[in-house]
Structures are given as structure tokens and as C-alpha cells.
Design a protein around this ligand. Structure first.
Ligand code: RP5
Length: 163
């Protein structure tokens, strides 16, 4: 299947977080590709990846990075595809550094910033699917079913003392 989402990250060490985005895309049946692209260690690759992304058929890019997290913003500077940034929970500053690096974009170049860590990666996968769902009915239905199931699961077991 043609990947519709580019799931990239600054380092292999980001995978334990970013695999939550992959898991959500799997659950919703959205095809994606994964790759390490570092703003600082592989800058030429970053430019090539972003500049070719739309022509290769990608519709959304999810970019996870930690610390001095320039990857999402730099990717967004080189493509008009929507870019979703996931701040990795860094060891030194617990991800606040990543969050502020990604969220504080100057006006004119947009990055949609998610929460720090696992929840952010999960929701990046979900939001990417919702974007794909604006033009793909199957994906839209998969998102709607996911939400209905989530709601029903809570309603079916409302007692918090019962596991
Ligand atoms: C960032 O530096 C990566 O996104 C990662 O979160 C962080 C640390 O990378 P490693 O030193 O673990 O490779 O570019």
C-alpha cells in the first residue's frame, strides 16, 4: 500500500515513543513509512525528505524529536504538507525542552504540536488519520469506530474499583 503518512523521528531512541503513533495508524488501517531523519545529524536528508514527500504521495508528516527539537519545524519549512510535531520526553528536562522547541513556531510556518511523550504520539497517529479521513471514507469510518468503541468501553465498565 502507498504510504500516506511519513512517520519520522530524530533518533532511533525516539522509537519507543513514536511506535505509539505507528500502533494507532495500524489500528486505523492507515499506510505509513518510518525513518530516522535528524535535523542536526542528517540535515541534507531532512531537506530531501521534506522536498520529495508530497510527490511521493505522502499526505501528512508526523515528526518526533527531543531536546533541541528542530525536526518538525525544519520539515514544515520545506513542505506545505501538514506536519504534526511530537515532543519526546527528554531525560534532562522531561520533555519541556522538546515541547517549547516544537510549539513556538514563528507565524507563517505551521506545526501542529501534540502532547509530550506517549499521549502525543498516540494522538499524532489519530490526528493524521482524521486528516486522511477528510478525503478517504474508509479511514473516516475507522476513526469513528475507534471513538465509538472507546466510549462504549468506558460506559460498559463505569466502576473504577473494578479492573
Ligand atoms: C534528538 O535528540 C532526537 O529526537 C532524540 O530525542 C534526542 C537524543 O538522541 P540520541 O542521542 O538518543 O540519539 O535529535
Amino acid at each position: 500500500m502507498q504510504p500516506l503518512v511519513g512517520l519520522i523521528m530524530g533518533s532511533k531512541s525516539d522509537w519507543p515513543t513514536m511506535e505509539n503513533a505507528a500502533n494507532m495508524l495500524d489500528k486505523l488501517g492507515v499506510a505509513y513509512e518510518t525513518k530516522v531523519v535528524s535535523a542536526h545529524r542528517t540535515p541534507d536528508l531532512l531537506f530531501e525528505y521534506a522536498k520529495t514527500a508530497a510527490d511521493r504521495g505522502l499526505k501528512v508528516i508526523i515528526a518526533g524529536a527531543g531536546g533541541a527539537a528542530h525536526l518538525p519545524g525544519m520539515i514544515a519549512s520545506q513542505t506545505s504538507l501538514p506536519v504534526l510535531g511530537v515532543p519526546i520526553q527528554s531525560k534532562a528536562l522531561n520533555g519541556l525542552d522538546s515541547l517549547l522547541s516544537i510549539v513556538q513556531m514563528p507565524g507563517g510556518i505551521a506545526v501542529g504540536t501534540l502532547a509530550i511523550g506517549k499521549a502525543g504520539a498516540t494522538n499524532a497517529g489519530l490526528l493524521a488519520a482524521q486528516i486522511i479521513g477528510t478525503f478517504d471514507q474508509t479511514t473516516r469510518q475507522a476513526v469513528d469506530e475507534f471513538r465509538s468503541t472507546q466510549t462504549q468501553t468506558i460506559l460498559d465498565s463505569p466502576d473504577p474499583s473494578v479492573p
